[in-house]
Design a protein around this ligand. Sequence first.
Ligand SMILES: CC(C)(COP(=O)(O)OP(=O)(O)OC[C@H]1O[C@@H](n2cnc3c(N)ncnc32)[C@H](O)[C@@H]1OP(=O)(O)O)[C@@H](O)C(=O)NCCC(=O)NCCS
Length: 260
Amino acid sequence: MSTPDPRRFVYDPFRAGPGFEWLDHNRIRVLAGPHAGTAFGIDTGLTEVSATAVLYHHTRKVGSAAVDLVGSSKTAVLWDVGVTEPLRGGGLATIMVWCLFRELLLEDRAVRFRIRMVRSLTTNGGHPLQNVGMGVIAARFGFTPEMNVARVLAGNNITGIEPIPPDRGFPPAIRLSLKTDPLVVIAFILSPDTLRPIPDYRTYIDVKADDWQIVNWAREGLLCVNGNYCLRESGFNRFVNALAVDYDEARRFRSRLREV
Ligand SMILES: CC(C)(COP(=O)(O)OP(=O)(O)OC[C@H]1O[C@@H](n2cnc3c(N)ncnc32)[C@H](O)[C@@H]1OP(=O)(O)O)[C@@H](O)C(=O)NCCC(=O)NCCS
């Protein structure tokens, strides 16, 4: 296990989602994106074993996020995030995740962070991609796939690459067949500038001839795969820069983090 060295930390704040302001202790107003100008209620709860955030529009619940806490290792596992369908794609999940992770750091309740992806068998109409939004959010907070993707894909382990065209709101993706476990990986790629899924299908077709590029994307944290994510030391700076509101806070958060 590595010991993070906070002296190497440079505070370079990064906004993972849309800006928002607090109207009072449990009400926010989103300042950018499709929900700009809209106020939402937000309730957070913290117990010995869990942390939750619930988002309301007027009195209607429109989103929630839940974290399991393992007290003995101070591990936080984000696992259940949902936003009502018409309001998706406007940063609401990112805001809830931001509030939860931040509260856990402020209260010194977690030093290790994971994301457990919940597989849905019914709600995505049979599309092979799952959890696109959560993959984006994970990357923006510095998480990397639990599976060591660069290692799994290296050394001629890829036996087949099949592009999957964009479909009904799902970005294009690739299906990778492998010689070894897990045998099949479905992945999409993030643009390095925006950390949004690359919408251009050509990129995925071109990659058929270039599996070296896939390994490279994996190394750079730009390849989102089906599966769980964890926060490793390579992502600590990104995590802290996304969550802290000033330098002192950032240094404090950074010095506490430990690898899963
Ligand atoms: C996953 C989920 C909670 C995301 O909620 P959301 O409010 O849409 O998430 P955000 O808007 O914060 O998404 C973060 C970014 O991902 C992008 N994104 C989300 N879904 C996307 C998609 N299908 N294609 C491309 N980009 C997508 C958003 O546009 C946003 O990028 P931006 O800030 O550049 O605009 C929501 O899609 C959902 O409830 N899904 C069903 C339940 C589920 O799968 N939960 C995950 C279990 S862990």
